[in-house]
Design a protein around this ligand. Structure first.
Ligand code: NAP
Length: 334
């Protein structure tokens, strides 16, 4: 294998990303040096946070570079190895996605554990989105049985797991999604109330009808009007897990909502932002154990939206911002 293809950032998106913001390029692979491996990616992760890396000033996160390959989570197969640590045929978790193949030091890659889990689950329920859901809900939200949890983006990679973990812990769960099919998927998994935010006249009223006594925890994947409605519905001493704000990613810094932040102190609400990186270590070890058990017992079910081929990766990314996925958005490479 001498050649590969990769997805590059062609220009900075203005608002929501569009196809012209990306280009596919052919690239020659280098020879393997001592300690290197040649890997063919099989699965690529498609994640909303990548939009935050498409601002040239790095306001949200380390920016991508124009004309350069994107990166992101991927699962690949080792084809050739100059390292004793990895053998051809090994599956590796890597952060060199958005390309079909690469040469890299084996030390940059993590061999997948020998489990019965599907390899791509390590990009979803068993990977970064799963740890985000688990760590964000348990460590930031600190739920107790009987409490009411509201989660937005609730049929997505993170939100669908938050909803089910909260049910497993004995909470009442209210979920917000953008289609009737996503609402049905959640109701079939025991979620108590599902709001289709695109079909209700008024989100605060819909939330009040689902939880007249208020909510104890809000797991925020959306920001904007969802965060404002959650602050409005929050009980005294409520906790808000600040995971993400996908409704704001095309317009960072110009949000019209929330307009009711004063309620944070009048209701002594704790709003705490977090990143998944803070849960590496003991929380991740507990997560891997619990999530594998819950999946094996059928107490967590995960969904995947799969598109095939590197050429479709930009469209898969764009679709995240219009609700084109249920569960984890993945690209499968030939
Ligand atoms: P996802 O939910 O699988 O995909 C995005 C979903 O968001 C879409 O399917 C869509 O579903 C919804 N959405 C898109 N635009 C929206 C809008 N304007 N208003 C309301 N909903 C909208 O993505 P994910 O990977 O699980 O990520 C969810 C959130 O967690 C994102 O904000 C992401 O940035 C964040 N995140 C944070 C961390 C961290 O370390 N803090 C880690 C991972 C992810 P509907 O059809 O329901 O609209």
């Amino acid at each position: 294998m001498r050649q590969t293809r990769e997805v590059r950032l062609a220009r900075w998106p203005a608002g929501a990303p569009i196809a012209e913001d990306f280009e596919i390029a052919d690239v020659a692979l280098p020879e393997l040096g001592a300690g290197d491996v040649l890997v063919r990616n099989i699965w690529m992760s498609v994640d909303p946070y990548m939009r935050g890396r498409m601002y040239p000033d790095g306001a949200y996160n380390t920016p991508y570079q124009l004309g350069h390959v994107l990166d992101g989570g991927a699962i690949g197969e080792v084809l050739d190895s100059h390292s004793p640590a990895l053998q051809p045929g090994d599956l590796v978790d890597n952060f060199l996605g958005w390309r079909e193949a690469f040469v890299a030091p084996a030390s940059m890659l993590r061999k997948l554990p020998a489990t019965s889990m599907a390899p791509q689950s390590y990009l979803g329920a068993m990977g970064m989105p799963g740890l985000t859901a688990y760590g964000g809900l348990l460590e930031i939200g600190k739920p107790s049985a009987g409490e009411t949890v509201f989660v937005s983006g609730a049929a997505g990679a993170v939100g669908s797991l938050v909803a089910q973990i909260a049910k497993n812990l004995g909470c009442t769960v209210i979920a917000s999604v953008g289609t009737p099919e996503k609402a049905d998927w959640l109701k079939a998994r025991g979620v108590d109330h599902v709001i289709n935010y695109k079909s209700v006249a008024d989100l605060p009223t819909a939330l009040y009808q689902a939880a007249p006594e208020g909510i104890d925890i809000y797991f925020d994947n959306v920001g904007g009007d969802h965060l404002e409605a959650a602050i409005h519905a929050a009980k005294r001493n409520a906790r808000i897990c600040g995971c993400g704000m996908i409704s704001q990613y095309g317009q960072l810094g110009v949000s019209a909502a929330p307009r009711n932040l004063f309620m944070l102190y009048s209701k002594t609400i704790r709003l705490e932002g977090f990143t998944v990186a803070q849960f590496l270590g003991p929380v991740r070890r507990a997560f891997l154990r619990d999530m594998e058990t819950w999946i094996a017992e059928g107490r967590i079910q995960y969904e995947e939206t799969i598109v095939e081929g590197l050429d479709k990766a930009p469209a898969a990314f764009i679709a995240l911002f219009s609700g084109g996925n249920t569960g984890k958005m993945l690209v499968k490479l030939a």
